[in-house]
Design a protein around this ligand. Sequence first.
Ligand SMILES: Cc1ncc(COP(=O)(O)O)c(C=O)c1O
Length: 329
Amino acid sequence: MNQLDAEPSCTRRAVHASRRIYEMIKSQIADGVLGAGDHLPSTRALASDLGVSRTTVIAVYEQLAAEGYLETSQGARTRVAVGAAMQTRTSPAKEMQSGRTPRLSAYGRRAAKLALPSLPAPDATRSVIEFLYGALSSADFPTLAWRRAYDRALLQRQPRLFYAAPEGEPELRVELQGYLRRARGLACDLDQILIANGSQQAIDLCARVLLDPGDPVVIEEPCYLMARRVFEAAGASVRETAVDEHGLVTQDLPNQRTTLAYVTPSHQFPLGGVMPVARRQELLSWAQKSGAWIVEDDYDGEFRYGLRPVDRGSWIQGHLPFLSYLESV
Ligand SMILES: Cc1ncc(COP(=O)(O)O)c(C=O)c1O
């Protein structure tokens, strides 16, 4: 339950109403409907026109005055402040939509051209079977256990509300180190584990530290679109390599020098193939020859029907110079 859920619904309604009125006045100033020096309706009149409480309107006027959009003074009507329209200049996102090009870096220009998938709006009224990948059935989510663990962690952490180590909490990294050794046969030092905010940030970090614009990057075809977009935005020259039922077809890997290969051997995305160990060895030999880093996105290697996850140690050990292991946790 989030904080808003815990509040009475009338409080939530007031918050929504004040947000709407705030946005309405701001966009009227931006569009020139309200010019500098124009008077706003009295709080009483606006409250009655919009069917909200006067307190809500007073709070909005005070907020806009604090931000410099309105001027209020004792006994005088509230007015639009001089220069307020300048502050609401169109945002870069709106400029892009209107076809105008805002000043962007080379990275920004590349990223702006990339099409991203849009998430369908949740529709609770439709009784269809959801085939959208990545969604968890709410019936499978251990809500109570999750809440208990969350509460416990929150209470324990209370005296330490401060910035944490950028590479991740040491306790979490120690736990992961043990887990990776026990469950995945992967022996690694603590300073080889870095916690990221999801795979997107982790892949982006890999691209930043390993790639320069124009560098060749091998991806699987088909592959996880959001990873491809990271490499494209970084200016890499993306080369597709075919996939079959055993994952990446290593025979088809390019002969030229390659900077990085992004792979999903434990569960090819999206086709699901598991790469046999012989192919993994071929991939490592190729990486050694072509000087490529391997970024392995093991996003759901844990989910196997009736079998334990594919052991990592057998193909990783001895090849660490060419391997950057990316685990989404
Ligand atoms: C290959 C692959 N990597 C990463 C992710 C997302 O991982 P996370 O939620 O940890 O960012 C997905 C999600 O579908 C994926 O398919």
